[in-house]
Design a protein around this ligand. Sequence first.
Ligand SMILES: Cc1cc2nc3c(=O)[nH]c(=O)nc-3n(C[C@H](O)[C@H](O)[C@H](O)COP(=O)(O)OP(=O)(O)OC[C@H]3O[C@@H](n4cnc5c(N)ncnc54)[C@H](O)[C@@H]3O)c2cc1C
Length: 396
Amino acid sequence: MTRFDQRTREMIEEVRELGRTYMRPMGLESDRTADPPPVDHPFYLLCARQGGLVSRVIGEGERNEGGEALAWRPVRNFLLGEESAYWDRGVALSLPGPGIGGAALRSTATPEQRQRFLEVFTDHSRAHWGAMAMTEPGAGSDVARIQTRARKDGDEWVLNGQKMFCSNAARADWVVVWATVDASLGREGHRAFVVERSTPGFEILKIEHKMGSRGYETTSFVLEDARVPAENLLGGEAFYESRRGFKGAMATFNTTRPLHVAHGVGMGRAAHDFALDVVRSDYPSQGRRRRRALERLGEIRRGLQTARLMYLHAVYLAKAGQSNALEASYAKLYAPPVVLRAVATALDIVGEAGVRNDRMLEKLYRDVKILDIGEGTQQVQRVVVARQLLDFPRDV
Ligand SMILES: Cc1cc2nc3c(=O)[nH]c(=O)nc-3n(C[C@H](O)[C@H](O)[C@H](O)COP(=O)(O)OP(=O)(O)OC[C@H]3O[C@@H](n4cnc5c(N)ncnc54)[C@H](O)[C@@H]3O)c2cc1C
């Protein structure tokens, strides 16, 4: 970490302190109860008051006192995301702020819309959340198959459909909902709308009980004749000419995929450090067993460092305004199995104590597995990479 600038190192230190004091204990408690922390948890209020830091942890841009966006610093933000996931990825994803809804605003909204929908986060009196809903019961990896319908009616849009696995939707002030004006058009029919949580017809169906990453909620909801004003169509009508709508969705993933990888590196480091402590305290002070364990920890560090360089490369390109679809998918393809192996190796090194559920490692194993599913599975990343490198056909 010493090679990063002074301010970045200070901020990582701040996150480390918050992680140790709040995030790790909150994550362990959520794992035990299978419920995310309540919306009025004192830590969320603290986060709301510290708006700037938290918005960076979740990958958003810095804002000044008046709520105006300052320069987007994704490299720093993602390093903070890595550090927060070190303490607990579930809780990191539950932090107040626009979440991946913010990434959708960045890739799709007009400057006026961004200002309008981000304004709520300048209210520091309580915590606020945003969310983004693409996934549906019949459309996960293949987002082109979404069926949620959008129909224009005067100066409103009427939305009907069901969304699932939406992070933080039940506590969000608004959700960016992807819908289609005509399902037969595939991706070209896609439109993104900001739906306020108070909109009549927007009903939460359930919050999932997940195998891991239980610190944040994952929600199914339904939209029944939910009416949103025309000005909530992100980017405006002109944005959707010539397939830009779908490109907006994909551009969203090109920043959220590297953030997933940053989280994975943080979790892998947590497993590594746990095992290293055990080797230091419980292993014989010398001999083959200790040497072999330290070699295996070295392998974990190499894998995690490679994953870190891959996500930093992807966000560096995004910051430079260059295409990063290939690099984002390389990173998302590479990291989850490496991190899962890191946690499995740490479990091996720790031995039977690692699989007891009063220790952190078996929880990390479950948390990490979920990382592979969101934002595109291994198979889907391979398809994206093949398309980029080989002009792979679109209908596969
Ligand atoms: C904890 C969690 C949080 C989430 N948060 C959000 C959120 O906030 N917003 C949101 O919109 N979504 C969210 N999701 C949904 C997530 O993006 C989807 O689960 C993911 O896209 C995979 O879709 P699926 O689960 O329907 O699996 P499927 O698409 O049904 O895939 C099942 C299997 O088929 C494979 N497969 C699919 N297509 C191909 C192909 N073309 N070639 C080869 N293999 C293929 C997949 O790799 C996988 O192994 C979340 C999911 C989880 C688990």
